[in-house]
Design a protein around this ligand. Structure first.
Ligand code: ADE
Length: 240
């Protein structure tokens, strides 16, 4: 999968893309990241990308030309395909694991990171296919949101994670929060690992994990339960 990130601050992505799973995923050709400074596409003689808002008011607005030309350039390399163009902004659709799974199906994505007061509306109306917000708060720009998308979509790609099952049992992928994990030692400063996990009894371990997952979701995120696929047995655990 190819992800192109259009930003005025390309260096912000250096750390994320050169470490851990995102680095490994690139090394394994699972994903490629192209970070492009869209200022390079500005036809303004001072390479400006923003201007004062019509009608007055504070703040600067990103002008259409550099972003339209940058997206056109990326699309020309897409060999007839038309990649989705995702704008990061607080007014967008709330980002979720479901949206990450949807984006993960694409061969290519273009992510636009804004800065300053906002975008000229023609960018939203005629260039962008998706507007995404990573939460109900306002950030200084779209870069952190683009990192969230790049990270969450990469880890869903086949071959990105060493252990293929880990993306499947994740919190949110199952519609429930994940069950508790333990590792050695079996006892640490008097705190013990639950006996069932040491029993070697796989069916019992599975049942315990499901129960803990349900309990945790019930106490922390009851809103998720209404959407989860629950068996009558699950329901009985919750009703207890
Ligand atoms: N840019 C500024 N705030 C944002 C948010 N909450 N989500 C995505 N992009 C943003």
């Amino acid at each position: 999968m190819k992800m192109t990130i259009l930003t005025l601050f390309p260096e912000m992505f250096d750390g994320l893309f050169s470490h851990s799973i995102l680095k490994q995923a690139q090394d394994r050709d699972v994903v490629s990241f192209h970070v492009v400074n869209f200022r390079e596409f500005s036809k303004d003689r001072h390479q400006r990308v923003d201007d004062y808002p019509y009608g007055g008011g504070g703040g600067m607005v990103l002008t259409p030309q550099p972003l339209f030309d940058a997206v056109k350039h990326v699309k020309e390399q897409a060999k007839g395909k038309s990649p989705r163009v995702v704008l990061l902004c607080p007014q967008g659709e709330p980002y979720s694991q479901k949206k990450a799974e949807e984006f993960a199906q694409e061969d290519e994505l273009i992510l636009i990171c804004g800065h300053y007061e906002g975008f000229d509306e023609r960018i939203r109306e005629h260039l962008v296919t998706d507007e995404v917000s990573i939460g109900d708060y306002v950030l200084t720009g779209g870069e952190i949101g683009a990192m969230v998308i790049a990270d969450s979509v990469t880890r869903l790609q086949q071959g990105a994670l060493g252990n293929e099952t880990s993306a499947v049992t994740d919190s949110h992928s199952t519609g429930l929060l994940e069950y508790p994990h333990y590792t050695r030692p079996a006892e640490f400063e008097g705190m013990k690992v639950p006996d069932v996990l040491l029993s070697g009894h796989h069916a019992k371990i599975e049942a315990w994990r499901r129960q803990e997952s349900l309990k945790r979701t019930f106490t922390r995120r009851p809103d998720m339960l209404s959407k989860a696929d629950l068996t009558p047995k699950d329901q009985a655990i919750i009703d207890k």
